[in-house]
Design a protein around this ligand. Structure first.
Ligand code: C2E
Ligand code: CA
Ligand code: CA
Ligand code: CA
Length: 278
């Protein structure tokens, strides 16, 4: 909050003044959003291209403000980070998603649930214990939880990241490298990270039907991933044509509007019950 106030003081009469005021109001509201239960998780389905079965669901955070309505995570997650609130909200996400994964287990649905970790969370010294806490509290089988981390955050301190990821995997948790391809990745490090899956960023999927360079990248990444025994999932698949191209390049799973938009947990259950591969 003090950081936001100093921003406001530093630029008292700029045209963007109202934007600062707006940001301040959002920041103030974020401080109470958790206790007011304004956060909730939606889930986006993931399909295995080889079987046509829904095999996973990524949890995505939503903020429903009483008067502003639904606020995009792209907008409020950076604010949670700068306000130092991401740790508490991130812990709530971990616990709520693990609880949901456990409920699905109990319903007999073998769904892997993806959970996003923010860069700030990843750098916390007690992250391992916090994740353990969420898993143990819920009683979920750790093999049904996939932690999504981004290359940029893993790259800051590769040696430490490799250690932490290794410890997490030893407990049975899965690790996915999110937004793959858009960071400044060192291929050498990537190959040394103990991970289970690569999520190819939507940026490479959007134009896959007409940009050859994107196809070349996706094919190469998929080949590397498969050589290393990783699952390769393409994000942001919206059309059947994109799906066909993606499948021809060897990708094993897709996530995107073609299969389903992020939805409430009950809708995931309905989708699975009636699912027919598009
Ligand atoms: P992400 O982890 O890359 O999540 C995928 C985003 O792409 C989601 O946006 C999803 O709704 C969107 N998407 C999925 N399929 C399609 C598609 O076919 N077309 C298009 N145009 N978009 C698609 P969302 O839910 O707005 O989340 C945005 C970002 O916010 C996420 O990107 C992630 O970085 C962050 N985020 C969301 N939930 C959490 C969370 O619980 N914790 C943390 N740390 N970050 C989160
Ligand atoms: Ca993600
Ligand atoms: Ca992503
Ligand atoms: Ca992204």
């Amino acid at each position: 909050q003090s950081q936001a106030r100093s921003l406001l003081v530093a630029t008292p009469n700029t045209p963007s003044n109202s934007r600062f005021t707006e940001t301040l109001a959002v920041e103030r509201a974020l401080h109470t959003a958790l206790e007011r239960r304004e956060f909730f998780l939606v889930y986006q389905p993931q399909m295995d291209l080889r079987t046509g079965v829904i095999v996973g669901a990524e949890s995505l955070l939503r903020w429903q403000h009483p008067t502003w309505g639904l606020v995009s995570p792209v907008r409020f997650i950076p604010l949670l980070e700068s306000l130092g609130l991401i740790s508490d909200v991130g812990q709530w996400v971990l616990e709520d998603a693990c609880r949901q994964a456990r409920r699905w287990e109990q319903m007999g649905l073998a769904l892997r649930v993806g959970i996003n970790l923010s860069p700030r969370q990843f750098l916390e010294p007690d992250l391992f214990d916090k994740i353990q806490r969420a898993v143990v509290l819920s009683g979920v089988n750790p093999a049904h939880i996939e932690l999504e981390i981004t290359e940029s955050l893993a790259m800051q301190d590769p040696a430490n990241a490799i250690l932490l990821l290794g410890r997490l995997r030893e407990t049975g948790l899965k690790i996915a490298l999110d937004d793959f391809g858009i960071g400044h990745s060192s291929l050498e490090y990537l190959l040394r990270f103990p991970i289970d899956a690569i999520k190819i960023d939507r940026a490479f999927v959007t134009n896959i039907t007409h940009v050859q360079a994107d196809r070349v990248i996706v094919r190469a990444v998929t080949a590397i991933g498969q050589t290393m025994g990783l699952s390769v999932i393409a994000e942001g698949v919206e059309t059947l044509r994109q799906c066909d191209f993606i499948e021809a390049l060897g990708v094993t799973e897709i996530q995107g509007y073609l299969i389903g938009k992020p939805m409430e947990s009950a809708q995931i259950e309905t989708l699975i019950a009636n699912f027919v591969r598009p």
